[in-house]
Design a protein around this ligand. Sequence first.
Ligand code: C5P
Length: 220
Amino acid sequence: MSTTALIVAAGKGERAGGGLPKQYRLLGGKPMLRRAVQALASHPAISKVRVVIGSGQQALAQQALDGIDVGKLVEGGEERADSVRAGLSAIEGEAILVHDAARPFCPPQVIDRLLAPLEFFEGAAPVLAIGDTLARASDRLNEPVDRTGMVRVQTPQAFRLAALRSAYESWSGATPTDETTVARAAGLTVAAVEGDPALEKITTPRDFARAEEWLLSRLV
Ligand code: C5P
């Protein structure tokens, strides 16, 4: 199955601080976006990588991706789902992996686990069990939530391209936060495969500091 990776990097990334949108900030000396793209482009099953960027980010993206073949950069939209839609209309192939630039470390084994089920399922997503207690809260704790059977869903998420496209066409709900939400609403079957803590999304200055420490620990 020919597989294209679509990396969405059109967010404003302001919560991370530091002036630049977070996807262009350096992590261990490399822009986070470059790390996310290289992690997927280096997998033998992925034949093409396309990147969705924010308007006005052309120069930043070209600099961050210097020397990597990602074809023409795609311009994204206001919300993440708008950026995914823009990407979906710009790519070809039988299968797609949709991935956040804000998750720069993707182990190749996760991609293996995601692509294998596409023979039988229309999609697959990496999930992690929840170890903490779950509860509703505002300024105080309210009722606990039963965590049995609950998981956290990460990206990349794999789909048969035609199925994901038609799921997005039929989506009429509020802005979805990922593709499994859209796929499930359209009745697609989505396999849950084991995720990886390395795929944690980087959002705040503390996440950046933790990721830098993690990179350093791998050097010793
Ligand atoms: O903001 P958040 O970290 O949840 O965004 C997840 C991913 O979606 C990031 O890689 C971000 O750049 C991307 N995104 C996008 N277009 C938007 C908003 C977010 O491509 N309008």
